[in-house]
Design a protein around this ligand. Structure first.
Ligand SMILES: *Cc1c(COP(=O)(O)O)cnc(C)c1O
Length: 387
């Protein structure tokens, strides 16, 4: 039994500094703390980072953003939306918010992303949309998925919660040919606002609908009214909207985080290379890198035990924890969650790839504040436990 360590290494941590603190203080002192000039500026900064041709709409979570995107694209009762089983429940729950049904399908055995072939096999006359998830920060083949979707009249909404800034064949996720892309700024994502998200799309009508429904279905937002020449009391409700706006306090953090994204990405890439080198030869399937010409965002570093491993995934997670190393599992597949299993009578046998991964998978610590020494400790501990 090795000596217990007094420093527990969590599997994820946000990277916030004096810049974020100063930006929040500026916002507090400005007197405008809810959605206003800073969230506007955050939207412009984010759109500019991607490509100035896109609309970016800040929201208070990616879950809210996915809900708004589906709503704006006309998804409703009786519709079916195809989602991968290897995701967080948010990807599928938003489909139910709208009274539509989620059709949960298996993923590619290597990348754990949704593939066009699996989508094609699940299409019925009621299918209206598909939500590919860029698992871990590795982009799904959106080009192939969009080609298939156009043939069948389906909408494509990318769940890009892990994928800022990933590229597919040199183009950033958020600028691809889908109908909408939704990013998450939850605390453990590649940039954070505490809670927050961004809906990105090219269609001006979709963007307008998302903006209106983001704030109670009111045709102009509160800040517009605040600065408007028209009397400030006047507004018009055009739909029963939601309360999904991002505060300026959160957007201030987001703007500061966005300025650091190139450094953050470089560090994540460095840590991913460190694992690829340090863990080679162990009984592990390592996280696949993006193909040449594409860029992995490295939100997660998922690995899978091979059958030769001397201990189970459960036991390895316990032993790592005893050594002061935090891990996670991405994901308990949706088909194993009681709500989804029971609603759609799902059986693990329908999801052989996700099942094979699930029983062997764990996610190693990977975040910008990890030191080289932290990573060396993870690697050394894995060598000790797996050899
Ligand atoms: C984090 C996450 C979400 C939800 O993001 P929130 O901003 O917390 O709502 C959705 N999908 C996936 C794949 C995620 O990892």
């Amino acid at each position: 039994m090795p000596l217990p360590t007094d420093t527990f290494l969590p599997f994820a941590l946000p990277d916030l500094g004096d810049e974020e603190a100063a930006a929040v203080l500026d916002c507090l002192r400005s007197g405008w703390i809810t959605s206003g000039p800073v969230s506007r500026q955050f939207e412009q900064d984010f759109a500019a980072y991607l490509d100035s041709d896109v609309h970016a709409i800040a929201v208070n979570s990616a879950t809210a953003g996915l809900h708004l995107a589906l709503e704006a694209l006309g998804i409703g009762p009786g519709d079916e939306v195809i989602v991968p089983t290897m995701t967080f429940t948010a990807t599928a729950e938003v489909v139910r918010y709208l009274g539509a049904d989620a059709v949960i399908v298996d993923v590619d055995p290597q990348t754990l992303c949704l593939q066009a072939e699996a989508i094609a096999a699940a299409i019925t006359p009621n299918t209206r949309a598909v939500i590919p998830v860029h698992y871990g920060g590795l982009a799904c083949d959106i080009d192939a998925i969009v080609t298939l979707a156009r043939r069948h009249g389906l909408r494509v909404i990318e769940d890009a919660a892990h994928a800022f800034p990933a590229t597919l064949r040199g183009r950033l996720v958020g600028t691809l040919a889908s109908d909408a892309t939704v990013f998450s700024f939850y605390a453990n994502k590649t940039i954070t606002t505490g809670e927050g998200g961004m809906v990105v799309c090219r269609d001006a009508d979709v963007a307008r609908r998302v903006r209106v429904m983001r704030l109670h279905g009111i045709s102009e937002d509160a800040f517009d009214r605040f600065v408007s020449r028209r009397p400030a009391w006047f507004y018009q409700v055009v739909a029963p909207g939601f309360k999904y706006n991002l505060t300026d306090i959160a957007a201030a953090i987001g703007r500061a985080q966005l300025r650091k994204i190139d450094r953050f990405l470089a560090r994540r890439q460095q840590l991913a290379r460190g694992y690829a080198q340090g863990l080679a030869g162990l009984p592990l399937v390592l996280a696949p890198d993006a193909p040449a010409g594409s860029q992995h965002a490295w939100h997660l570093y998922p690995v899978r035990l091979t059958p030769e491993a001397p201990l189970s995934r459960e036991r390895l997670i316990e032993r790592l924890s005893e050594h002061g190393i935090g891990t996670s599992v991405h994901y308990i597949p949706l088909h194993r969650q009681p709500y989804w299993r029971d609603r759609y009578q799902l059986d693990p046998a329908q999801f052989p790839h996700a099942e094979a991964s699930y029983h062997a998978q764990l996610t190693l610590p990977l975040y910008t504040r990890m030191t080289d020494a932290d990573q060396a400790r993870v690697i050394a501990t894995l060598k000790e436990l797996l050899c």
